[in-house]
Write a protein that binds this ligand. Structure first.
Ligand code: C5P
Length: 409
């Protein structure tokens, strides 16, 4: 979503400007180009040298800089990019934006732009609550300016707390993605716009007693990457995830569950969906009766016997739904032997459209690793895919799913 995008970052004069240095890194890490503009106030808090070093770009500071006007000009600066992020947006800068004042480079660019603008306000809580600021805020929102934050908490000034803190860099990154995606949807560039995709991810934990459980080695990386890819393709995404160590993908509805039974309930509650992808490694069995108390050693060296019962099969349940079966239903098959035969029988038994089969023998390093080698098994045949990063596998699956969905239109 951010890869290859050009983002003009306007930094105005507030103490939160120090967080903008990290924001530059976060945006660049995700493949965006960041073109910085600093107001005079911003330069009291952080230096153009630091901003230039982190962005690896010329830092624009003045409306009447002959060199800069010669090279790009403030009008081009206002046009040749994908979006503007204003972080921090001070009360003063918001007031100027609301009133169309253009007395420096930052405000002139904001007045001249025809691209989406995202602002991250940062100011003292009293300034934020001032009716003048709140009116400017409402007015800017009405004009289509997007906002992230401010959040509440301790302020830089001692003893001051309330609403006015700038959002954290990663929250601003998530909001920037949402703005760019909305623009892509508006321009009809995303194949899954208006579609709902439900994805399961991670392992399940099946309780034995209050402190113990049965689990597996699934990391959730493939399922989470699918959720991010579906979001980037324009879909509304519900991710039903077992316990994982991963951050939630940005702008996705995440439902956290532990057991297979909970996962099934959450998936059914999330339907209807256009596409469902069951990437979770659901435990096949759970303990027949979960101990209400911690199971103790009996002192005779005799271990307890755990009797297991089969878990509901979520993929099969959804596949056999009469009314709510998604148009496209995709399952995974993690196997250590007879990969294709097993995948084919799952395709039939669970009424899935595709099975993404992968060999998870320990020597492949797939379980928990970053790469995946998969085969797409469908009613029409088997396709071998080369080894790819799990993110690339996810994008490819989503692109293929979006194509397949066109048939149902
Ligand atoms: O039968 P197996 O566990 O190998 O099937 C794998 C596929 O079925 C995966 O897509 C997995 O998410 C799904 N599954 C499920 N519920 C289960 C077991 C597996 O949805 N109880």
């Amino acid at each position: 979503m951010l890869s290859g995008k050009q983002i003009v970052l306007i930094i105005s004069g507030g103490i939160a400007a120090y967080k903008s240095l990290d924001l530059i890194r976060r945006l660049k890490e995700r493949g965006a180009r960041v073109i910085p503009i600093m107001t005079a106030g911003a330069q009291e808090f952080i230096t153009p040298l630091a901003v230039g070093a982190l962005s690896a770009e010329t830092v624009f500071t003045s409306l009447f800089d002959r060199q800069a006007e010669h090279d790009v000009g403030h009008i081009r600066l206002a046009r040749d990019h994908d979006m503007i992020v204003v972080a921090p947006a001070t009360a003063n800068l918001m007031a100027k934006m609301a009133h169309g004042i253009a007395d420096d480079l930052a405000t002139a660019v904001l007045l001249a732009t025809d691209k989406p603008v995202l602002a991250a306000p940062a100011m003292n809580p009293k300034m934020w609550q001032n009716p003048a600021t709140l009116r400017n805020f409402e007015q800017l929102k009405e004009r289509g300016i997007r906002f992230v934050g401010p959040s509440s908490g301790e302020m830089a000034e001692k003893g001051e707390a309330g609403t006015g803190r700038m959002s954290e860099p990663l929250e601003i990154v998530a909001a920037a993605k949402a703005v760019l995606r909305d623009e892509d949807i508006r321009q009809n560039r995303l194949p899954l716009a208006g579609k709902h995709v439900v994805i399961t991810s991670g392992p399940t934990h099946e309780p034995i007693d209050p402190v113990r459980y049965i689990a597996n080695r699934s990391s959730g990386k493939q399922g989470h990457a699918l959720a991010a890819a579906a979001y980037e393709a324009g879909a509304r995404v519900t991710l039903v995830s077992g316990p994982v160590e991963l951050p939630d993908p940005d702008n996705v509805d995440v439902v956290q569950v532990e057991s297979a039974a909970e996962m099934l309930r959450a998936v059914e509650a999330a339907l209807p969906a256009d596409i469902a992808i069951m990437a979770a490694a659901v435990a096949d069995w759970r303990v027949a009766s979960e101990g209400a108390q911690k199971i103790k050693k009996d002192g005779n060296g005799k271990p307890p016997v755990l009797s297991l019962v089969e878990n509901p099969d979520i993929l099969a349940t959804v596949g056999h739904h009469e009314r709510l079966r998604p148009k496209l239903l995709i399952g995974f098959a993690a196997e250590t032997q007879n990969l294709i035969d097993n995948a084919r029988s799952k395709l039939k038994r669970k009424k899935a459209d595709w099975i993404i089969a992968n060999d998870v023998s320990p020597e492949t390093g797939i379980m928990g690793g970053d790469a995946n080698t998969v085969r797409l098994v469908s009613g029409t045949g088997v396709e071998d895919w080369p080894q790819m990063d799990k993110t690339e596998v996810a994008r490819e699956i989503i692109a293929r799913a979006a194509d397949a969905l066109k048939k149902y239109r």
